[in-house]
Design a protein around this ligand. Sequence first.
Ligand code: THU
Length: 160
Amino acid sequence: MEKLELKTSVTVYENLAELTQDDTLLMNKAIEARTKAYAPYSKFKVGAAFLLENGEIILGNNQENAAYPSGMCAERVGVWKVSSEFPGIKIKKLAITAASENLTVNKPVGPCGGCRQTLSEYEINQKEPIEVLFMGEIGKIVKTTSLLSLLPFSFDSSYL
Ligand code: THU
């Protein structure tokens, strides 16, 4: 028997003022995307901004549906936009933010499990890590050095 210890190190920033200029710019783009989310049911708006290696910034936000499971998260809307418009172009960074009409989201909102799995496919394919930054509406910002660090024992094509 063997016991494995899984370690993920992240950087936690107190507020936007502590981020680099580039990271602040990307997070501001995610905030812009968030305001345009279509979330009439949950009232929980999520925005995602992807910085590509060619300098493009692609935005995504959650798109809900009266048939609830037919909606989609901001991160997947965004990464599929990236992959459909810029296939083969690497993603350098992803910034995520969430805000609710029902409460103040004051803690960092990481991508859901399904989005982590979807995003991992692209990080694996591009063979370069994607930095992920996430926050709520206010408060701390978490920054990871890769997507896969958020998804230990992830499923990938090597199992197929
Ligand atoms: N949502 C996202 O867009 N990203 C996540 O990572 C978590 C959840 C959306 C889905 C739904 O529209 C709303 O937030 C409430 O779950």
